[in-house]
Design a protein around this ligand. Structure first.
Ligand code: C5P
Length: 214
């Protein structure tokens, strides 16, 4: 496998920001896999909702659907986490993600199951987290900035519900891969978190280069 960087973690942990910056730094293509689940959740809802609508939406998903700005809303996140528990939905999205991870030269993917299921052989794995309160505050700022009127307490309740659902589901639950490095961003600003992530990835890159030359 080429130099794949797998970034997993719970909602609003900073993993998207970290993954995006790493992709820039290493000039690698980047896939935010949460967008796939958000797009399926939104498409299924528009088709009337329910498990079979979600499975059909996952099988019919096109890359263009990922550009929809509505995918960044609070309700899209909630819909995504509901349909993400359906094994057939995950199966339908699997090969697209695996193909992306197999890009020649490497890639950066972020999500919940990248290091465990999608790219278990990724040479660099991070598990980015932060306390639920800090994550809620970040997500609340982001949603308010997008013009979504919502109380901080509601966002915290969303985050806790989503953590529980993502970690508790039977199919590819949110869990730190045994070989992933934990990065807690609770007390870090963006540039500190990116610096810490870069150090972790640099160490992984040296090990990966050594193993390839040996
Ligand atoms: O990362 P984001 O908050 O956009 O993800 C939305 C939801 O999609 C998550 O709460 C999770 O349920 C689901 N997801 C997943 N596996 C991934 C990425 C996202 O189950 N690799």
């Amino acid at each position: 496998m080429d130099f794949v960087i797998a970034v997993d973690g719970p909602a609003a942990s900073g993993k998207g920001t970290v993954a995006g910056r790493l992709a820039e730094l290493y000039a690698l293509p980047y896939l935010d896999t949460g967008l796939l689940y958000r797009a399926v959740g939104v498409a299924a809802e528009r088709a009337g909702g329910g498990e079979s609508a979600a499975i059909a939406a996952a099988r019919a998903l096109k890359a263009e659907a990922l550009e929809d700005p509505d995918l960044r809303t609070r309700s899209a996140g909630e819909l995504a986490s509901q349909i993400a528990a359906i094994p057939e939905v995950r199966a339908a999205l699997f090969s697209f993600q695996q193909r992306f991870a197999a890009t020649v030269g490497g890639a950066v993917l972020d999500g919940r199951d990248i290091g465990t299921v999608i790219a278990p052989l990724a040479p660099a794995k991070l598990f980015v987290t932060a306390s639920a309160e800090i994550r809620a505050e970040r997500r609340w700022k982001q949603l308010s900035g997008q013009g979504e009127a919502v109380e901080l307490a509601e966002v915290l309740a969303d985050i806790r519900r989503r953590d529980e659902r993502d970690s508790g589901r039977a199919s590819a639950p949110l869990i730190q891969a045994a070989d992933a490095v934990l990065l807690d961003t609770s007390d870090l600003g963006i540039s500190q978190a990116v610096d810490a992530a870069r150090r972790i990835v640099e160490a992984a890159r040296s090990r990966w280069e050594t193993s390839r030359s040996g």
